[in-house]
Design a binder for this molecule. Structure first.
Ligand code: ADP
Ligand code: MG
Length: 243
């Protein structure tokens, strides 16, 4: 197995608040890893640090063997190697769905328009949104918007897909269609690191789970084991509170 993404000893503070306190993780090719943990435990900050949206204070991040935490690195070039989907505000309201899905491919990856649109349309067809390509995002349901955001993130063949609580702003009846798409990408072999509070989903889809609390990885293990038999008291408390 080869590590696609390796983070070692990541520290990050906002002012005097230490948010990440020496986090290490490794993501193998085709692996799906879930980050779980209470609100404020540092999941989003970790994801943002990994794709250089936030500078780290200490530690090292390797992507495909390249040290992307080196300050001399081209941060935009690095970000283009990740696909990212957040909880909110993923699509530009003034652009069509097709333009949203192709924008990064064209601007950042310099993909020719025709190729970008062909790829985008194949994804939109796959996710059942081809007929919405010329619409603006506000004509789509929240679940459709998130699926379009996932299509945008995946259509440039990112080395790693980072997903940050992508269903937590959705009405409950729309969650399933988004999770089903992630499940499909996972079974197609995408390499995914996802912060999620959907525990059943994490258990079923993730290969490994990391439980974060207070900016440290308190426990990690194969998803089924960690949920069935958490070893650490803090993990047990967290999981017990949810059920
Ligand atoms: P999670 O995603 O697990 O809920 P976050 O990474 O969003 O956790 O937040 C971890 C901690 O960092 C929280 O205490 C949050 O308030 C703080 N934090 C996150 N981003 C910032 C920021 N830009 N400035 C100051 N504090 C922040
Ligand atoms: Mg978060």
């Amino acid at each position: 197995m080869s590590a696609v993404l390796t983070a070692s000893g990541i520290w990050k503070a906002f002012g005097d608040k230490e948010v990440l306190r020496g986090i290490s993780l490794e993501l193998e090719a085709n692996e799906v890893v879930a980050l779980i943990g209470p609100s404020g435990s540092g999941k989003s900050t970790l994801l943002r640090c990994l794709n250089l949206l936030e500078p780290i204070d200490d530690g090292q991040i390797l992507l495909g063997g390249d040290d992307i935490s080196d300050p001399r690195v081209d941060a935009d070039g690095v970000r283009a190697r990740f696909g990212v989907v957040f909880q909110h505000y993923n699509l530009f309201p003034h652009l069509s769905v097709l333009d949203n899905v192709t924008l990064a491919a064209r601007r950042v990856h310099r993909m020719p328009r025709q190729e970008a649109e062909d790829r985008a349309m194949r994804w939109l067809e796959r996710i059942g949104l081809a007929d919405k390509a010329r619409e603006h995002p506000d004509r789509l349901s929240g679940g459709q918007q998130q699926r379009a955001a996932i299509a945008r993130a995946i259509m440039t063949d990112p080395e790693v897909l980072l997903l940050d609580e992508i269903t937590s702003a959705l009405d409950p009846e729309l969650v399933g269609e988004v999770l089903d798409l992630v499940r499909e990408l996972a079974s197609d072999g995408a390499t995914i690191l996802m912060a999620t509070h959907e525990m059943a989903f994490a258990r079923d889809v993730a290969h490994r789970v990391l439980f974060l609390d207070g900016g440290v990885v308190v426990e990690e293990g194969p998803a089924r084991e960690l949920f069935a038999a958490p070893r650490e008291p803090r993990t047990r408390e967290f999981l017990a509170r949810l059920s």
